[in-house]
Design a protein around this ligand. Structure first.
Ligand code: PLP
Length: 421
């Protein structure tokens, strides 16, 4: 459930009319709902009730400082994958002992930054990274808490570009080699082995792959304990999917997920960490755009809108589906017609939907892309020299711009002309 509903024939974000925000900031823009963000965070937090746990929001999904601060105040930890994300988490007031550092290519300077600033744990992904971390920690007179990310070789049954838990993916170490790698880690004085990490992919709509992976983690926990390692924390990654297409069967809820975690791992008495990103931010955001032209083509009509692939790349990158709804509520049972919804960018890939049934729309009408709060603004670019679009946060009857649209001068002046020109 989210907080984007029609009221008296017009789309609202909580208690604010979308048209009011559009008039204030111009289109296109992203708008996020505080109540939805908090609701989703709480759903995960409650789902793990009864187990010692921390929900670490995977901030790569949406790392606006206002979003981070909203979640941090509710008690979220953060999962970060770069120095920039680490510093964003710190700037939002998240203490180091609630930040976990994931990622397959942490650089020496990123490792140093996190060791000096404080970190809950590094999720280590390879032996060379382990050696690097050990050396840096020793040189700083510190001991780095680590889990090792294992690759359980399960098929997450999701889009190939966001599956991470098969042996051919670049992530983690093969689970079959885990005992050797843990032995090596335990011999390094700069490291303290505290647990196991696993993350098998994103937008999973079935619990079975998670359960398979977690069963393997449970077996590994017992083996590693037999080997003398004090395994006391299990980081289970993120990946639970959201219903992008309202007509499809709904993916499992956080409560189902939580019950499955209790069932497969509860007996081990470990602290549980999870790293949801999409499920917290995805349905908490819309991208709102205006129709520029309706163009009649050969046997099809194009809805040309002012938002484009540089603003929301998911359809072009993952063939992703987004519900696109008019901001003025169409009459129930009203007539619909098929449109190809496209942006102005000079690429055929700049197509959001083909032959999508929608009520008749005209130039100047506003449309909203649902489920655009995750992997939307964070993946945007200035391709075609289109300015990054603003982000707005709604809280009850208030709204605030939380990232401004840059001016064209700001955009152009970021480039530097060498002195010989
Ligand atoms: C991307 C990622 C997540 C979040 O995935 P979602 O599908 O957004 O929940 C969590 N952990 C790691 C290691 C990731 O790479």
């Amino acid at each position: 459930m989210d907080h984007f509903l029609y009221r008296d024939g017009a789309l609202f974000a909580e208690d604010v009319a979308i048209s009011e925000i559009a008039a204030a900031v111009g289109t296109p823009f992203y708008v996020y709902s505080t109540a939805t963000l908090l609701r989703h965070f709480k759903a995960f937090d409650d789902a793990l009730d009864g187990m010692d746990h921390l929900v670490c929001y995977a901030m790569k999904a949406n790392s606006n400082q206002a979003v981070l601060k909203t979640l941090a105040r509710a008690g979220a930890g953060m999962d970060v994958v770069s120095a920039g994300e680490y510093l964003r988490a710190k700037a939002a007031g998240v203490p180091g002992d609630r930040i976990v550092f994931s990622g397959v290519g942490k650089t020496a300077s990123e490792i140093r930054l996190a060791l000096e600033g404080g970190i809950r744990q590094f999720n280590v992904e390879s032996e060379p990274e382990m050696a690097q971390l050990d050396a840096i920690a020793q040189s700083l007179g510190k001991v780095a808490p680590i889990t090792i990310r294992v690759n359980p070789d399960v098929d997450a049954k999701t889009h190939a570009k966001i599956a991470t838990g098969k042996s051919e993916n670049k992530f983690g170490i093969p689970i079959a080699r885990a005992r050797d790698v843990y032995r090596l880690a335990a011999s390094m004085p700069g490291l303290e082995v505290i647990g196991i990490d696993v993350h098998i992919g994103s937008q999973l709509t079935d619990l079975a792959p998670f359960e398979q992976a977690y069963q393997k983690v449970a077996e590994l926990t017992e083996l590693l304990r037999t080997d003398g390692h004090d395994i006391r924390r299990l980081d289970l990654g993120g990946g639970l999917g959201i219903p992008y297409e309202r007509s499809n069967a709904a993916p499992p809820l956080p409560t189902d997920y939580g019950a499955m975690v209790q069932r497969t791992l509860g007996h081990l008495d470990c602290e549980i960490e999870i790293e949801p990103g999409r499920l917290i931010a995805g349905n908490a955001g819309l991208m709102v755009s205006e129709v520029i032209y309706v163009k009649s083509g050969e046997g099809r009509d194009f809805l040309i809108i002012d938002g484009a692939m540089n603003d929301l790349i998911r359809p072009a990158m993952y063939d992703a589906y987004h519900d696109i709804i008019p901001v003025i509520e169409p009459p129930v049972g009203g007539e619909q017609r098929p449109y190809d919804v496209v942006g102005p960018v000079c690429e055929t890939g700049d197509t959001f939907a083909k032959q999508r049934m929608m009520p008749e729309l005209s130039a100047g009408d506003l449309v909203a892309f649902r489920s655009a709060g995750a992997y939307g603004a964070v993946m945007s670019s200035e391709y075609n020299s289109r300015a990054l679009i603003p982000e707005v946060l709604v809280n009850g009857d208030q709204f605030a711009v939380i990232r401004q649209r840059p001016t064209f001068d700001e955009m152009i002046n970021r480039d530097i002309i060498p002195e010989w020109l």
